[in-house]
Ligand binder design. Structure first.
Ligand SMILES: [Fe+2]
Length: 336
């Protein structure tokens, strides 16, 4: 296998390892380094543990690789392969030997780190590449049993909720990539969070949900983020970020949201992304009788209007440029 080697000014050699290859909460077998401004900085010592939160943070900052000193590369790669095998074996034990192939496939998908374009000027070319990456990602993520199960459940209750949840998930992934998220795990969390965001509405009778005049309507709406988070938490294989997204998808940047009224940085970034995608799709749905162009234009205007109110102004700014370039194209209907 050919390996990339990078050298620092003192002639030390380092090898990049994609962040997606790391298993969390395990004792590291060698020192690991981060490359910051073309310098290699020791991030963790041999024997330290790599916590999920720390790694999530770096992933969200679009860090794609962690570096290992050249001397330690071979044992490190073997160690990584062992850890991966242990994760797969553990999962197979849970779901049964007949699903081994599926479990392996899923682990392999997770290692994939998508290209991101945070520092690039957004133009129609970049927007187009992002769209095709969203499509590619969605094909993979749809294979996960959990997303199929929740969709089936939604369709049984209300096709409107199912359509809206899928659209929101697709748009949220596009927005996330625009904002620099390229790691499969982060994108999957955002996709799942969006898919589940209105999960609690599945417990609300349709006659209440579709009638704003109904006495129980307001209460059901007020309660759905917290109730949804509680219900989702009880499901198998749900990650903490997904629960957080469900709980916070109606919080607002200015603190006027619900259920907790938290504001600005207190709001979980991925939840803010899903909040934007949610409003975007709601607007598109409300305008479904207008032309395609008109629908997207209105939805973009709504995001623009809420910049700094409901939504983080910096996020809106970046997302709007890409949406304007992509609208009509990037929007993937659930029937696809
Ligand atoms: Fe909601």
């Amino acid at each position: 296998m050919a390996i990339d080697i990078e050298k620092d000014n003192e002639g030390n050699s380092y090898v990049p390892v994609p962040v997606g290859k790391f298993e969390l909460e395990v004792e590291l077998i060698s020192d690991i380094f981060l490359k910051i401004d073309s310098k290699f900085i020791k991030f963790k010592n041999k024997g330290d543990t790599l916590e999920g939160e720390k790694l999530d943070y770096f992933i969200q900052k679009s860090l794609k690789s962690i570096f290992i000193e050249l001397d330690s590369v071979q044992p490190f790669m073997e160690w990584l392969a062992d850890k991966k095998k242990a994760v797969i074996d553990e999962m197979v034990e849970e779901v049964g030997e007949e699903h081994r192939e599926l479990v392996e496939k899923r682990e392999n998908i997770k290692e994939k780190v998508y290209d991101t374009f945070t520092d690039m000027e957004m133009d129609s070319g970049v927007a187009e590449i992002l769209q095709s990456q969203v499509k590619e990602f969605i094909i993979e993520v749809k294979e996960i049993d959990l997303s199929q199960a929740v969709l089936a459940k939604m369709l049984k209750h209300s096709s409107t909720i199912a359509d809206h949840s899928l659209n929101t998930a697709n748009v949220a992934v596009f927005m996330a990539m625009v904002l620099g998220h390229g790691n499969y795990q982060v994108l999957e969390d955002i996709y799942m969070g969006a898919l589940f965001h209105d999960y609690a509405k599945l417990k609300v009778p349709i006659e209440v949900l579709e009638n704003k005049q109904n006495m129980k309507y307001n209460q059901a709406i007020q309660d759905h983020p917290a109730k949804g988070a509680k219900a989702v938490k009880k499901l198998d294989n749900i990650r903490e970020p997904v629960v957080k997204i469900v709980e916070q998808h109606h919080e607002q940047f200015n603190g006027n949201g619900y259920p907790r009224g938290i504001k600005e940085e207190e709001i979980f970034g991925p939840a803010m992304i899903v909040a934007m995608a949610n409003i975007f799709d709601n607007t598109v749905m409300e305008n479904k009788n207008k032309t395609k162009k008109e629908k997207y234009r209105t939805a973009i205007k709504v995001l623009e209007y809420d910049k700094g109110k409901q939504f983080d102004p910096e996020m809106v700014e970046k997302v709007l440029v890409a949406l304007k370039l992509a609208y009509g194209e990037y929007y993937i209907p659930p029937s696809n």
